[in-house]
Design a protein around this ligand. Structure first.
Ligand code: UD1
Length: 429
């Protein structure tokens, strides 16, 4: 298994190109199941989760071709892929594939809308809490599906097709909002989703669906209206930049000091975390090319942060912020409200000498004058990258084990960081 070796202490200076967003790419790829025409997606990140979803979609009958590079494309440019689901050859998404990545469960929406039947294994993914699917099933039932759970599979039927309905989510859920929106595009009549997720990835998916002929208004607000159409057609769409990747590198620069342009990053998708970074002591400047993060040697200040659905502080940046706050002058508080078991990085951060106290969903981070490099273990996607950030700022050598978690969500992390002056390398093994 590959490992990542870091020697901490270097400031980061330069430009980091931000890749296409994993959390937008996945639902966009799944949307290709809704039409028999070609959906072309540009700026797809080269990530393990994207590769896995290609296999899952291939299994359902999606043909994929990858376009060659264009002149001027840097070596970190995203991929352009044509996805064509001329016919759906299999409406079953098997356990072996779905158990590896939770988002693959989302194929249930398009399969049911187009084929009126889907059999999808209950999902897996990061081990961060129980992560049930009750709200997906609630929404699909409201759209007229009959749902049964059989031997670990969700079997969903809509013999006469789906029909529009009012879907009111008792809790904000990104995945179930994506799925309901996709399913409703081909339902008969109007669907209204209330308490919908407002994440930028929902807007990106809605924009792509609209290009495919869907009638959607309100994406990005908590009420989304979808007027069903008979069929969708092909389209071209560019995946939005990854706000979590950009936020992660912003925290790294805030921690090590330096001056980095996050090329392509969109300020509007990161306003809250960047506001927090400013409070902590970094300088944040939106530019025409992206977002510039700067910090000289000044002290880091402690902050109190609660994770919330967008536009609040994202749970996907909680671990990275915690790493940063380990070096603040004073005591910070972090409250995790989205996932119940998302503090697995705490025991690994402790190996660097961090002082963090946990009480249920609350973490108290007591800043220490210095972190010391250590061997650590990646436990989930976002937790692993917090260990990289800590390692970049720690004295001496850090070895991050089990980096396959990182490869699920961060494209060529070690290349992007070493080009900015970090001492970081992948050790194959
Ligand atoms: C997505 C993101 C993930 C991010 C999360 C929250 C992708 C591929 N993943 O995950 O990176 O951390 O949003 O921003 O986009 N819930 C239920 N029942 C359900 C569905 C969800 O109780 O049927 C709960 C979850 O357990 C969690 C909360 O709702 O407590 C939010 O989860 P959700 O927004 O659905 O997360 P994902 O879509 O899985």
């Amino acid at each position: 298994m590959d490992r990542i070796r870091i020697v901490g202490g270097a400031r980061l200076n330069g430009t980091i190109p931000i890749s296409g967003a994993k959390n937008a790419a996945l639902p966009l790829m799944i949307a290709s199941l809704l039409t028999d025409e070609t959906l072309t997606l540009a700026n797809l990140p080269r990530l393990a989760d994207v590769a896995l979803l290609k296999r899952i979609l291939g299994n359902h009958g999606v043909d994929m071709t990858v376009s060659g590079k264009r002149i001027g494309d840097g070596d970190l440019a995203g991929e352009t892929v044509q996805l064509t689901a001329r016919t759906i050859v299999d409406t079953t998404a098997p356990y072996e594939l779905v158990s590896k990545m939770r988002a693959s469960f989302w194929v249930i929406g398009p399969l049911l809308a187009r084929e009126h039947f889907a059999k999808v294994s209950l999902p897996g993914g990061c081990a961060i809490g129980t992560r049930p699917v009750d709200l997906f099933l609630m929404a699909l039932e409201q759209l007229g599906a009959e749902i049964e759970i059989e031997a670990g599979y969700v079997v969903a039927r809509a013999p006469n097709g789906l029909r529009g309905a009012h879907v009111d989510f008792p809790k904000v859920t990104v995945g179930a909002t994506h799925v309901t929106m996709m399913a409703a595009t081909l339902a008969k009549g109007e669907t209204v989703i209330t308490n919908a997720a407002r994440e930028p990835e929902i807007v990106d998916l809605a924009e792509c669906l609209i290009k495919m002929g869907a009638k959607i208004t309100g994406a990005g607000t908590s009420t989304i209206r979808i007027e069903g159409v008979d069929r969708l057609h092909g389209a071209w769409h560019e995946v939005m930049p990854d706000r979590i990747e950009a936020g992660t590198y912003a925290m790294a620069v805030a921690m090590t000091g330096g001056d980095v342009l996050l090329e392509g990053a969109r300020y509007d998708t990161l306003a809250r975390p960047l506001e927090i970074l400013t409070e902590v002591g970094a300088e944040v400047t939106p530019t025409n090319e992206g977002i510039r993060i700067y910090r000289n040697g000044a002290d880091l200040k402690p902050v109190d942060v609660t994770t919330e659905p967008f536009p609040g502080f994202p749970t996907d940046l909680q671990a990275q912020l915690m790493a940063l706050l380990c070096r603040a002058q004073g005591t910070s508080h972090i409250r995790e409200t989205i996932f119940e078991n998302r503090f697995m990085h705490v025991q690994e951060l402790a190996r660097f000498g961090a002082e963090i106290h946990l009480d249920g969903q609350n973490a108290t981070v007591v800043g220490v004058p210095a972190l010391k490099g250590a061997p650590v273990m990646a436990t989930d996607l976002r937790a692993s990258v917090s260990l990289v950030i800590a390692g970049l700022a720690a004295e001496g050598e850090t070895m991050v084990n089990r980096v396959y978690h990182l490869d699920r969500g961060f494209e060529r992390l070690e290349d992007k960081l070493s080009r900015c002056g970090a001492t970081i390398e992948r050790i194959a093994g």
